[in-house]
Design a protein. Structure first.
Length: 76
């Protein structure tokens, strides 16, 4: 699944790859989003969805590891 979002700074369209984490899912859906910023930084953001998907809680945001970058670049 891909999530299309609008970059506020440059008003251009970027893409993030979103993967559901079924291994760590407890009571709420957990998602991993892999994407690239306008300046080329590759990020891994982990979130949970609350209130039937109306609220997003960020668990972590960090630079991608080498294996994650390879997965993201291969899918792109």
């Amino acid at each position: 699944m891909w999530l299309n979002f609008l970059s506020v700074d440059r008003r251009n369209t970027q893409y993030m790859m979103v993967i559901e984490d079924t291994a760590h899912r407890q009571q709420e859906p957990r998602l991993h989003a892999l994407g690239k910023t306008d300046d080329g930084r590759t990020l891994h953001i982990t979130v949970t969805l609350r209130q039937s998907g109306m609220l997003i809680r960020v668990i972590s945001a960090r630079d991608m590891h080498r294996k994650e970058r390879a997965i993201y670049e291969q899918a792109d």
